[in-house]
Design a protein around this ligand. Sequence first.
Ligand code: SDX
Length: 429
Amino acid sequence: MAESAELILDGKSYSLPVIEGTEHEKAFDIGKLRDQTGYVTLDSGYKNTGATKSAITFLDGEEGILRYRGYPIEQLAEKSSFLEVAYLLIYGALPTQAELEDFSHQITKHTLVHEDVRKIFDGFPSAAHPMAILSSLICSLTAFYPESVSPDLSKEEIDLNVIRLMAKMPTIAAWTYKNNMGHPLNYPRNDLDFCSNFLYMMFSFPTEKYEIDSRIVSALNKLLILHADHEQNCSTSTVRLVGSANASLYGSVSAGINALWGPLHGGANQEVLEMLQEIQKDGGDTSKFIAKAKDKNDSFRLMGFGHRVYKNFDPRAKIIKKAADDVLAALGIDDPLLKIAQELEQAALTDQYFIERKLYPNVDFYSGIIYRAIGIPTEMFTVMFALGRLPGWIAQWKEMRENKEPIGRPRQIYTGELERDYVSIENRN
Ligand code: SDX
């Protein structure tokens, strides 16, 4: 491998060191470029720019590979649990039985939220989108735990913040749903595991006992595992950037929640379901919507299709598609939207427009079918994505802090007005 890249600029030669990762990804380090040449690089959307070195998640978009700390996503989805994967991402190794039990016990102990959080709910209009409430309440944890804002936390203090966040986000997420529905809130139960407790808080009613279905618990574990991390995506890069200013974990994750809410990012899972419902309402003619997606004059996009990195099948979409078939069969649900999704997928995968642009189903294309089968309403789909992505955000924030990375501050190329003098208002036309 070359030790360096040579850059020839204005007749001068500059040497840029080349670095190579453990999976042989290569980059040239431009850390001193501006000092040496006066030039910066420009890369809108950071399509070719590495922001950091990370040991958490590896993905290969061409080969459709995704591994958390080296473990293939296919094996983790099949054999692990969400809390075990969360521990792996956050602490870098699969936990021993004792470590997993302690991690789970610590989280269980912190699932309650301060009663004043309920008062904050009362301030939201009932139609508020759950993601707006979630990002606000997660940031409000800095008010309930003001010590979390300090940039000089010990390892133990950071670990406590991690446990509190892992423990309280499911409670806040479930309360967001119950508040939105006008239902009484359910308090967490210490006798239930992470996913069972979330389902209980979401669906239990004082008037009828909620029967926890192990098949749904298993499907939820799998879905959360598949969403747990995805290297430097938009929301994770947001968490790292905000955290690089020494902002708190809670404030950084709250910013990540808002980035994830974007319909081009995690908000796509809600958009996919609404798109499928629109196609169903329109009579189910998928070819009409494929044509709209290809029409440059039409802003319609095939939501749940395409990806910045995957130019092959998103490995998560493959697993979720099979899980959707399994969950619906197990629950005896015949969801016409699944059939529309499958038809849409087939039509797109045989259409030159999608083939040429390497647009395949991504993680958001089928996940909503399962959430719907579980009974989770469409507006809560992106909250579910955030719940899954939480350990990834935490792991990435921790890594950025432990590596003492500098505050993120990109450069720009100015294209505005040249210097000019102030004109008093009476002389302006
Ligand atoms: C997530 O980064 C991550 O890892 C994200 C994520 C994670 O786990 O964190 O994987 C989660 O965000 C998945 C993506 C969910 N978003 C959607 O499903 C929204 C629909 N897809 C897109 O808008 C788009 O594909 C993106 C945003 C996902 C990727 O956008 P890019 O990489 O900037 O690509 P682009 O918009 O420049 O598109 C390239 C071409 C364009 O056509 P041309 O200008 O070349 O003619 O492909 C077309 C686009 O018009 N295109 C689509 C399309 N996606 C891209 N055309 C129709 N339907 C689509 N869905």
